[in-house]
Design a protein around this ligand. Structure first.
Ligand SMILES: NC(=O)c1ccc[n+]([C@@H]2O[C@H](COP(=O)([O-])OP(=O)(O)OC[C@H]3O[C@@H](n4cnc5c(N)ncnc54)[C@H](OP(=O)(O)O)[C@@H]3O)[C@@H](O)[C@H]2O)c1
Length: 479
């Protein structure tokens, strides 16, 4: 089936002056355009408060477009053709008059009334609701009755807890139906994460082993060796549990641990994920540790403490690190700890899923060294994505000397002739094609909040002070 849709299309990026729009969304659209995957009649409209004309806007996005798919001399012409389809409208998010301006500009450039419209809300959560309301009031969003369609893409954070997430959902629901909303978690668009389904359900060797009989524990670890890089004001209101754990890490856990969906439809995949998330018991505070980075040094550079940032209060209790031990309360995973950890200001930037298998007892080899004895399946999400399986092997030579070595599917080496798409490229294409399998359903979002909301409230009510760890140093350990 062709990946390209043919109906006329307008993409509206609200918050078009921001980082996400300039560095991710427009480059992804250009990548699709370069591969002839956008409809022939396609236009993009940027909307934000910043005052710019079309040329200024085009210059602001041009620097982030890459020629990966059109190397050589043709690239400049391709960029010009793409940028000529990009327009900019300045206005207020909460003003229906501004949205009417946007509407008129769109109509002036659109060649037909039968145009599909995609609204990408690349704005901070504080303006989500007002924006949705003014889009609705200006009549930009078509009814959910088929053709032409209107769809809305929203980015996490989807609220701060279950109640605020429900409130946001209700407000968005006045404008977009559940079928029209695409909640993005860009980790789900990463190649190696999409490969999880294939790895698990198309290879005979893994699925029989992924259960409590064979798995000792699962770790899903996310680390960044950066400070807040200008996002401290946002981050301090959310913290690492809401920013990373409740979404990216839980999504990875769900894909790794869910039962096989009935088929590959979005409904079936989402159902399996929801069932898995609903069987995770909300963690008690004893299953959790939080940390906050203090001043430190990494790679010869001095970093200030988190609370030294001008946008962070001196007495902030916001965790920049957290680790939690979760349990999946179903027969398949009985007793297997799922340890999630996420932290900023750590020694490296890395996201890994590690499945450590139980020791094989009673065999003919004596495997005293615990590193040798446990097979480990590692899904390396970033950087250098790949899939590795550590096995015990005989070291070549005389005598029987054993060692642990990797079966190594490093994407950079094995798929060196393929261009690995950015997560946003695939996700945007899926939105255009109406494929929801990689997007978060409302039910899934609620189930994910139900896991973390009680602990988040307790941490705040009890004013739990995160344990300090030096920037680039070792974070606190789980009890
Ligand atoms: N950057 C990423 O890679 C990334 C990844 C995952 C999720 N997200 C989420 O995606 C959304 C957009 O991200 P971003 O990095 O592009 O955000 P951003 O740069 O902070 O904001 C996008 C635009 O929104 C407007 N804006 C900022 N603060 C505002 C405020 N207080 N009130 C009204 N308008 C405001 C600004 O445009 P004007 O001043 O011109 O109106 C800004 O250019 C956020 O919800 C973020 O959490 C981002």
């Amino acid at each position: 089936m062709s990946l390209k849709t043919s109906e006329p299309l307008s993409i509206v990026v609200v918050g078009a002056s921001g980082d996400l729009a300039r560095k991710k969304i427009f480059p992804a659209l250009f990548a699709l355009f370069s591969q002839d995957l956008l409809p022939d009649d396609f236009k993009a409209f940027g909307f934000a408060r910043s005052v710019m004309d079309d040329d200024g806007f085009r210059t602001s996005i041009m620097e982030h477009l890459t020629c990966r798919y059109v190397p050589g001399e043709d690239c400049a012409a391709k960029m010009d053709a793409f940028l000529a389809r990009c327009h900019y409208i300045s206005g207020d998010y909460s003003s229906s008059d501004s949205m009417l301006d946007l509407y008129q500009t769109m109509q002036a450039h659109e060649t037909t009334d039968m145009v599909n419209r995609l609204f990408y809300l690349a704005i901070p959560p504080s303006v989500f609701i007002a924006t949705a309301e003014s889009l609705g009031a200006a009549g930009l969003v078509a009814c959910d009755d088929g053709s032409p369609w209107s769809r809305g893409v929203v980015e996490k954070p989807f609220g701060r807890d279950r109640a605020s997430s429900d409130e946001l959902a209700a407000a968005l629901g006045l404008v977009f139906t559940e079928r029209q909303i695409f909640r993005i978690d860009h980790y789900l668009g990463k190649e190696v994460i999409q490969n999880l389904l294939v790895l698990r359900f198309s290879n005979a060797v893994f699925e029989p082993l992924l259960n409590c009989e064979h798995v000792a524990e699962v770790h899903i670890d996310w680390s960044e060796n950066l400070s807040l890089e200008g996002r401290a004001g946002y981050f301090d209101k959310y913290g690492i549990i809401r920013d990373v754990m409740q979404n990216h890490l839980l999504e990875m856990l769900a894909l790794l641990a869910m039962d096989q969906p009935q088929n590959l439809t979005a409904a079936a995949i989402r159902k399996s994920k929801v069932n898995l998330l609903k069987s995770i018991a909300p963690p008690e505070l004893e299953q959790l540790v939080t940390g906050q980075f203090s001043a430190g040094e990494l790679d010869g550079r001095e970093y200030a403490a988190y609370t030294a940032d001008k946008d962070v209060p001196d007495d902030s209790l916001t965790p920049t690190y957290a680790a939690v031990r979760l349990h999946v309360d179903n027969p398949r995973w009985k007793g297997v700890p799922f340890v999630l950890s996420a932290g900023k200001g750590l020694a490296s930037r890395c996201t890994n899923i590690r499945v450590r298998f139980k020791q094989k007892g009673g065999g003919i080899f004596e495997l005293h060294d615990s590193k040798l004895a446990n097979n480990e399946l590692v899904i390396r999400v970033q950087p250098d994505e790949g899939i590795h399986l550590s096995i015990v092997t005989k070291i070549p030579g005389l005598g029987m000397k054993l060692g642990a070595h990797d079966l190594d599917l490093s994407y950079g080496r094995v798929f060196k002739d393929s261009i690995i798409p950015d997560a946003y490229e695939g996700l945007l294409l899926d939105v255009l094609r109406g494929d929801r399998s990689l997007f978060i359903s409302g039910e899934e979002l609620s189930a994910a909040w139900d896991i973390f909301t009680p602990a988040l409230h307790q941490l705040e009510q009890k004013a739990v002070r995160p344990q300090p760890y030096p920037f680039g140093g070792i974070p606190p350990e789980l009890p």
